[in-house]
Design a protein around this ligand. Structure first.
Ligand code: HEC
Length: 136
């Protein structure tokens, strides 16, 4: 149920934003659709359905300056996990995100979803090649 709500919102939003550019539009939407399902399976427990995280524990993804300004580091976080101090939207977190064992294409999909959900906007698609180049 949650996924369909997330998806519906995302689709409506993206079709407005990306409608001028036909081709990347479809590739991106397809990737975001898979990403929404991965989000529901692997991320929603900590970052929540609205992407707002959990106060003092799990940082937000919705309107996250970290996510939107540090594309490489965000991919790295999802690929290899992240622990220790991190500052998101001016607030400090000091917790652990364990690596989730996702394949590079799944990481690209979930990145395309989270960076275009909840009002986030990134029309520069994240590719498998980009994810595979990110090393620890
Ligand atoms: C067990 C809880 C947990 C799960 C599951 C989890 N995260 Fe995280 N995530 C965290 C925590 C905690 C941090 C911050 C770690 C720290 O304090 O150093 C974080 C940080 C992040 C960040 C960078 C900071 C930000 O808020 O922009 C991104 C991006 C992110 N997670 C995405 C994901 C995605 C995508 C998934 C699913 C594929 C996921 N996380 C699954 C707990 C989790």
């Amino acid at each position: 149920m949650r996924v369909s709500i997330i998806l519906l919102g995302t689709f409506l939003y993206s079709s407005m934003v990306f409608s001028q550019d036909q081709e990347p539009n479809e590739v991106l939407l397809e990737s975001m659709e898979s990403g929404a399902m991965i989000y529901e399976d692997f991320c929603v427990n900590c970052h929540m359905a609205d992407g707002k995280g959990v106060e003092n524990l799990n940082p937000p993804l919705a309107s996250s300056d970290f996510l939107m300004n540090n594309r490489g580091l965000s991919i790295k976080t999802i690929k290899f996990g992240q622990k220790g101090e991190i500052v998101v939207n001016g607030k400090k977190y000091n917790n652990t995100m364990t690596p989730l064992g996702l394949a590079d294409d799944e990481i690209a999909d979930v990145m395309n979803f989270i960076s275009n959900a909840w009002g986030n906007l990134n029309n520069k698609i994240i590719t498998v090649e980009e994810v595979s180049k990110i090393q620890q």
